[in-house]
Write a new protein. Structure first.
Lengths: 114, 113
């Protein structure tokens, strides 16, 4: 079945460091890909998305490019801030799932130190 | 516009007790979902609904029941709680019919002792 694998956390960085969180997927067909963010004590919020190969999603300085050849959707940010501390989830939505179901990765906890 | 709301926010149950978690959305969304979040396991789909009066099983449905009597509400029931059901429960909704972003509620933290 469809699955998403994220790099294991936790990840701890200093402010202004470069961030990469790896995400790879297994799916039939051509899934849509998402990054969600969960701030402490809150529900998940959509951070960015890409719906077809080579699309780049971006929001709040974060970017991710849909790479069909490597089945990847890595999240990057050039200069992280303390306020970026959160748990990040990669997810996919595939046509084989039906009913617009999402399959989530296990989440990566990010902590940014000042 | 409150979005997706969940009640209660916290609950402690004893093994064998029952309870119902309520999810409400005011966005007129067709699809609604219940997930559980456990450390290191991401979110797993318990049950979902593609419209009023319809429900379907997700990845981990055992021990849970759901109902969608009104379009705006999606109830998750635990008939006989077990310690393995200690988790954080999230409800989500999506417009359906081409709108695919899922909007999440703030979560319910449930502890079963």
């Amino acid at each position: 079945g469809d699955s998403v694998t994220q790099m294991e956390g936790p990840v701890t960085l200093s402010e202004e460091a470069f961030l990469t969180i790896n995400c790879t997927y297994t799916a039939t067909g051509y899934p849509s890909l998402f990054w969600y963010v969960q701030y402490p004590g809150e529900g998940l919020q959509l951070l960015l998305k890409a719906t077809k190969a080579d699309d780049k999603g971006s929001n709040k300085g974060f970017e991710a490019t849909y790479r069909k050849e490597t089945t990847s959707f890595h999240l990057e940010k050039g200069s992280v801030q303390v306020s970026d501390s959160a748990v990040y989830f990669c997810a996919l939505r595939s046509s084989s799932q039906g009913a617009q179901k999402l399959v989530f990765g296990q989440g990566t906890r990010l902590t940014i130190n000042p | 516009n409150a979005g997706v709301t969940q009640t209660p926010k916290f609950r402690v149950l004893k093994t064998g007790q029952s309870m119902t978690l309520l999810c409400a959305q005011d966005m007129n969304h067709e699809y609604m979902y219940w997930y559980r979040q456990d450390p290191g396991m991401g979110l797993r789909l318990i049950h979902y609904s593609v419209g009023e009066g319809t429900t379907a099983k997700g990845e981990v449905p055992d021990g849970y029941n759901v109902s969608r009597l009104k379009k705006q509400n999606f109830l998750l029931g635990l008939e006989s709680a077990a310690p393995s059901q200690t988790s954080v429960y999230f409800c989500a909704s999506t417009p359906g019919h081409g709108g695919f972003e899922q909007y999440f509620g703030p979560g319910t933290r449930l502890t079963v002792t």
